[in-house]
Design a protein around this ligand. Structure first.
Ligand code: SF4
Length: 348
């Protein structure tokens, strides 16, 4: 698999491949289904290749909806392989994520191993908040523990990159080979929702009542359009969070901070504490860092919550209007509402 994965490359025939993959998920074994270039069909494999594959480690990191869809599809299309499921736990995920993981284990029977380092401890160790320019969080709390878990014997790692995403995958190494089952099978965002919905394993909705009721209010007589949206569209539009991930993630948008303040005031208070005090223990006179370079969260959110909800409500209404005027959700990844992740191991 070439690591330079580009959206256009996978455009052709994605719908047909996606249907076939969804059918495979619900067929017994799926041995007659179309396979990918990454893993040849079980029936077509030579004995040495089959033996090699079954002796290798096959690791599926699970962190969100795309990676769970990957785990479900990959396990269905090649059930004989000895998969290991793993979750990078930084200790700073939202409570909804931990509840969802528990449910995933119960429903699927996957034994999901935990690796990772405490991110709060790392922040205090370095005396600095992670940011776009200093992303030690992903590197040290997730990637390094995961690479240690991969070991040095060689393995295949199945990542949750979707066919409709315009992003580069993971660089292959001598020790592991990245595989992208969703890309191989042409599964896009809509396909992921279908897969998880059928298994009743949709990720947390992060439903935000303040946003929902403000949208209803502002839409007035057009509010009935909301009922005409698909369930997954409603979930994405009225979420106070576009991704799971660390409660303080600096990739959050302003409205996501506002949702956190309203829904998890304890976590929001902790986030504010880290801004004011958490990084100045060893160097009290050093610069104060904030999660968002433009503001302290408590100042911004405390003073402007109403305006923030209004701004988000208008974005949502714009998306709904576009949806009915132009069928925008035919390509939901073109909207910022559909953004889902800050990295292949963060909330995927
Ligand atoms: S979710 Fe955000 S804060 Fe957490 S590891 Fe990923 S990039 Fe860093």
């Amino acid at each position: 698999m070439n690591s330079a994965i580009r959206r256009n490359h996978y455009r052709g025939g994605a719908g047909g491949r996606q249907k076939a993959a969804l059918a495979r998920l619900h067929s017994a074994g799926g041995a007659k289904s179309r396979r990918t270039a990454s893993l040849p069909r079980a029936g077509a494999r030579s004995r040495p290749l089959q033996g090699t594959l079954s002796r290798m480690r096959h690791i599926i990191p699970i962190s969100g909806k795309d990676s769970l869809a990957t785990a479900l599809l990959q396990t269905a299309r090649d059930p004989a392989l000895p998969y290991e499921y793993v979750f990078c736990d930084t200790g700073t995920e939202l409570p909804e994520t931990y509840d969802w993981l528990k449910r995933v284990q119960e429903v699927t029977g996957f034994q999901i191993q935990r690796v990772g380092r405490s991110l709060e401890a790392l922040i205090q160790h370095y005396d600095i908040l992670p940011s776009h320019g200093r992303r030690f969080c992903t590197k040290e709390a997730k990637i390094q523990p995961l690479e240690k878990f991969y070991g040095k014997t060689g393995c295949m790692v199945y990542y949750g990159l979707r066919a409709d995403e315009n992003r580069v995958g993971v660089r292959p190494s001598d020790l592991w080979t990245p595989v992208y089952p969703l890309v191989d099978m042409g599964i896009d965002l809509r396909g992921v929702w279908v897969i998880l919905n059928r298994k009743d394993l949709l990720p947390p909705s992060y439903f935000w009542p303040s946003l929902y009721y403000r949208v209803l209010e502002l839409m007035g007589s057009r509010a009935h359009l909301i009922e005409e949206l698909e369930q997954w569209e409603q979930r994405m539009l009225f979420a106070g969070r576009t991704r799971s991930n660390c409660y303080f993630c600096f990739y959050q948008r302003v409205y996501e901070f506002a949702w956190l303040a309203e829904t998890h005031p304890d976590l929001f208070a902790k986030l504010c504490w880290f801004e004011r005090f958490g990084t100045r223990r060893r160097r009290p006179d050093s610069q104060i860092f904030t999660w968002n370079a433009r503001f302290f969260a408590d100042d911004k959110i405390g003073n402007e919550r109403r305006r923030i909800v209004d701004t988000r409500a208008r974005q949502v209404i714009q998306t709904i209007n576009n949806r009915f005027n132009r069928g925008l959700f035919d390509d939901p990844c073109d909207t910022e509402i559909a953004l889902t992740s800050c990295g292949l191991l963060c909330g995927k």
